[in-house]
Design a protein around this ligand. Structure first.
Ligand SMILES: CCCCCC(=O)CC(=O)SCCNC(=O)CCNC(=O)[C@H](O)C(C)(C)COP(=O)(O)OP(=O)(O)OC[C@H]1O[C@@H](n2cnc3c(N)ncnc32)[C@H](O)[C@@H]1OP(=O)(O)O
Ligand SMILES: NC(=O)C1=CN([C@@H]2O[C@H](COP(=O)(O)OP(=O)(O)OC[C@H]3O[C@@H](n4cnc5c(N)ncnc54)[C@H](O)[C@@H]3O)[C@@H](O)[C@H]2O)C=CC1
Length: 725
């Protein structure tokens, strides 16, 4: 393969008269422009050759295709690649050349056919698949639409409702379900895939099997009136669930055009909106997230050293509270045998009960069978001492946030655990060097910072100190992958990356409220921006105990930029500590529905008088845009510090940490990507102005000042990084 080209196709013509075209573009046979243009020329050759009666399309090495080469969107967005004429691939190649050909084609699908991969297969006249293959149109997840005919062919093959479900949720189906839906014509073992596909193609030629052009099918489409109702409902749901995104609605426009005005008009509409969505900001954000998420496991100096992850056969967890039980759940769900240690029988029973409840909720929802529940629970053993720690490969400590307790535990672990055992802490704020101070095992001490609820939240912050060995990081990255978490490797400091970014966010909100802003309007503006909830609702959910413990760490370690608000401590004094006590910034009913509380004013006024703050008429009347800027620019400022200090190796890691740890909206690309979309100059100037009026909480850090003064991107690599990693 030419080093400048990305992938290719090869064609082999058999003595049976079947031309087999294989897509080759490792690792997932993505459809780069090179692959697509090669496919076209192979196809033209097959159509022109007299010794070819039919065509089979397949993918190399057990994968049909992961879809259009996503990096191609970036090239189009940056202008480094000219987009082909609108509709060239979907209409000229896939419809007019392939589907309308005089010779039939069959897709032989192994492993996966996603996005453009599935769309290519739907343009063929039949599809044969291996068991378990993933079939889906996940394009909306990337901010694009199924642009190779998927909006037209999928509803015609599986019906409008199922097609909408697959497209709007981006969730794939397995081959077996695809077969029952009519998407797949036969499911056969891998060893029989090509022979079956070849025979099927010849059977079509001989008219022993039907010659079906999916785009012309109508039998699965509902009557027009019904289709319009279904689409209207889908639009309503989409507006509710993705209010800040345009591309899902544009995708529905393409679907509707096809149903109302016929497939040709539908294909043209699809091509038109498919080309428009590529330049949407939300699309740029989502594509950035796709690659950044996969980039977190590439850690310079660690994952490029050829280290092989060691096998972790058994894990011990210390503390069966909220976090320990969640972590245990995540591990046993991925088949790791776990020992859970607690201080006494009562707490142990409660911890195991929490794990059980986590799994039982899956059984209730139908996503886990009773047998699987029993089998999974049998992987968990309780303990009150360290005797059973003698053969564990990893320990995760998750006791309360108390330095001396954690120090004692790590000293004990050194005595009981084998030499190779990884000693991890789930601390959310404490410096790991302090935790390991009473051991000689600094090279195997690491942070495994999960987020609550640990069996649900996708992020795993892996914290390394100057002493943590590369092998330990590689091992933990592997465990993270096995338990289906997105890991981000960060350096050691108070709060690490996520909590350091989180803190100014809630602090800014307290600051504004003490100066007269309405907390409920702040929450509403932040939710509209795309966060799962606003800062006040979040404090209620997390609980004021955790909020105060975290604040204490920050006040101690970053006093110069911590805003000390008394609102939360005052409420806690009155035993309103958040959702768990049914009272916090909101009041909660039996169903935990939040409603504003007029009494909140009393606490705000008291806190205001304690801090000596005054109501500021400008801050009382903030627009939604100003609320977002005043709550998130301090977060950007802290993210810049984290980046400049080398706590995060790449700005993209902070994007992923913000999305998966804080709930920052993925379609904004993450905190640094979003900041760059606004511009460092503007952010710097706003923070600088606020710091002059309101104090050091808003003061831009040196990194932001330097980049802001030049208008340079914040996410550009840190030159001569003073890396702590
Ligand atoms: C004018 C254009 C109109 C376009 C119309 C259209 O139809 C558009 C599309 O087809 S958009 C693409 C739709 N496809 C997807 O969204 C699939 C994305 N990929 C995945 O979901 C997963 O990667 C997977 C299920 C295919 C494989 O998962 P894993 O085994 O867990 O591996 P991985 O995710 O780590 O990926 C391995 C490497 O492969 C790269 N990669 C995967 N898919 C693509 C792709 N479609 N294009 C380019 N590169 C892809 C991924 O980045 C990984 O690369 P590394 O360098 O190893 O990190
Ligand atoms: N609660 C949260 O949202 C998050 C907490 N964390 C961190 O996780 C850790 C645990 O927090 P939570 O689970 O919320 O606390 P928790 O209070 O719910 O649970 C702590 C458990 O540890 C047990 N324990 C105390 N000493 C022990 C010992 N010597 N041996 C065995 N068990 C012992 C206690 O009995 C208790 O059940 C803390 O370091 C916290 O900072 C991290 C991320 C999020």
């Amino acid at each position: 393969m030419d080093s400048r080209t990305k992938g290719k196709t090869v064609m082999e013509v058999g003595s049976d008269g079947v031309a087999v075209i294989t897509l080759i573009n490792p690792p997932v046979n993505s459809l780069s422009f090179d692959v697509l243009y090669n496919l076209k020329s192979n196809y033209e050759e097959a159509l022109s050759r007299n010794d070819v009666k039919a065509i089979v399309i397949t993918g190399a090495k057990g994968k049909f295709s992961g879809g259009f080469d996503i990096s191609g969107f970036g090239e189009i967005q940056k202008g480094t690649r000219k987009e082909p004429k609108v509709g060239y691939i979907s209409i000229d190649i896939l419809t007019d050349l392939l589907e309308a050909a005089r010779k039939p084609s069959v897709a032989a699908i192994d492993g996966l056919a996603l996005g453009g991969g599935l769309e290519l297969s739907m343009a063929c006249h039949a599809r044969i698949s291996t068991p378990g293959a993933q079939l889906g149109l996940p394009e909306l997840q990337l901010g694009v639409i199924p642009g190779f005919g998927g909006t037209q062919r999928l509803p015609r093959l599986v019906g409008l409702t199922k097609a909408l479900e697959m497209i709007l949720t981006s969730k794939p189906v397995r081959a077996e379900e695809g077969h029952s839906l009519g998407l797949i014509d036969a499911v056969v073992p891998s060893a029989e895939l090509l022979t079956t596909a070849r025979r099927w193609a010849l059977d079509i030629v001989e008219r022993r099997k039907p010659w079906i052009s999916s785009v012309l099918k109508t039998d699965k489409l509902p009557p027009l009136g019904e289709a319009r109702e279904i689409l209207k409902f889908a639009r309503g749901q989409t507006r509710k669930q993705a209010p800040n995104m345009k591309h899902p609605l544009m995708c529905l426009d393409a679907l509707e055009t096809g149903i109302v005005s016929g497939p040709r008009a539908g294909l043209e509409k699809e091509a038109e909106v498919g080309s428009q969505v590529i330049s949407l900001d939300t699309t740029k954000g989502l594509i950035h997230v796709f690659f950044s998420q996969r980039g977190t496991v590439k850690v310079p100096g660690v994952t490029d050293r050829g280290l092989i992850p060691r096998k972790i056969k058994k894990v011990a967890i210390i503390g069966g509270g909220l976090m320990g039980s969640g972590i245990a759940t995540a591990l046993i769900l991925s088949n790791y045998p776990v020992i859970l240690k607690e201080v006494n029988e009562k707490f142990l029973e409660a911890g195991i009960g929490r794990v059980k409840a986590n799994l039982q909720s899956r059984v209730r929802k139908g996503s886990m069978s009773k047998e699987k529940f029993e089998k999974t629970m049998s992987l968990l053993k309780g303990s009150l001492d360290y005797e059973s720690f003698r053969d564990v490969d990893m320990v995760i400590e998750a006791v309360i946030e108390n330095i001396s307790l954690k120090q004692q535990i790590f000293a004990d672990l050194e005595k009981y655990c084998p030499q190779h055992c990884i000693l991890a802490s789930n601390t959310s704020t404490i410096d790991l060097n302090k935790i390991g101070e009473r051991t000689k095992s600094q090279d195997r001490i690491v942070g495994a910072h999960f987020f609550s609820p640990a069996h649900v939240m996708p992020l795993l912050e892996i914290v390394r100190t100057n002493h943590t060995s590369a092998q330990v990081i590689v091992d933990l990255l592997d465990v993270g992958k096995k338990i289906k978490k997105t890991p981000v490797v960060v350096g050691n400091c108070t709060g690490f990356a996520v909590n350091r970014m989180f803190f100014p966010y809630t602090q800014a909100a307290m600051f504004l409220v003490e100066r007269g802003a309405d907390p409920y309007l702040i929450d509403s503006a932040v939710s509209k921006f795309g966060m799962p909830m606003g800062p006040f609702r979040l404090c209620d959910l997390v609980g004021f105990g955790v909020a105060i413990a975290t604040a204490t760490q920050f006040i101690e370690n970053f006093p110069e930029r911590t805003y000390k608000s008394m609102i939360i401590p005052l409420m806690q004094e009155d035993k309103r500590a958040g959702e768990a006590t049914r009272k916090g910034f909101y009041l909660y009913d039996d169903k935990r529905k939040a409603k504003p509380d007029p009494e909140l004013k009393k606490y705000i006024e008291k806190a205001r008088s304690m801090s000596g703050a005054n109501v500021d008429p400008k801050l009382v009347k903030l627009s939604e845009k100003e609320i977002i800027e005043m709550t998130f620019f301090p977060v950007v400022n802290e993210a810049c510090r984290v980046f400049a200090e080398g706590i995060a190796v790449k700005a993209a890691d902070l994007d992923i940490a913000a999305i998966f740890g804080m709930g920052f909206p993925p379609y904004r690309g993450g905190i640094m990507f979003w900041a760059d979309s606004i511009g460092s100059k503007y952010i710097y100037s706003r923070l600088d102005e606020w710091s002059k009026t309101y104090g050091d909480f808003f003061k831009p850090c040196a990194f932001l000042a330097e980049r802001g003064s030049k208008g340079a991107p914040l996410s550009a690599p840190v030159e001569q990084a003073r890396s702590r990693l």
